[in-house]
Write a protein that binds this ligand. Sequence first.
Ligand code: ZN
Length: 107
Amino acid sequence: MFINKVRPVLDVIEELSESGCVKGFRMRLGEGLMNSDSFSRIFNRFAEGTIFEDIDMEVEEVPVRYGCECGYVRNLSALSGGSSNCPRCGNDLEVVEGFDYELLDVF
Ligand SMILES: [Zn+2]
């Protein structure tokens, strides 16, 4: 297991520790970081034997989206195999979301 792959999980666990979370949490998770299945699998592995064992987690996946300053947006699946330039104006597309996570609620 590579540390940068599990990093988001470790960061979330650290944030939960600081927030005083005891029962559960809700979060948004960018698919560019990892999918929710991997997240919960890795989380449970690290949470074993800690206060976060058997915690309620609700993970909402955020698809990777790219966008252009002209307002054009498309998701990763539409981009794969194609060019990374905007079909409208030709500018480079940039990541809009999907490579980040956000804790929405802890309780
Ligand atoms: Zn454009």
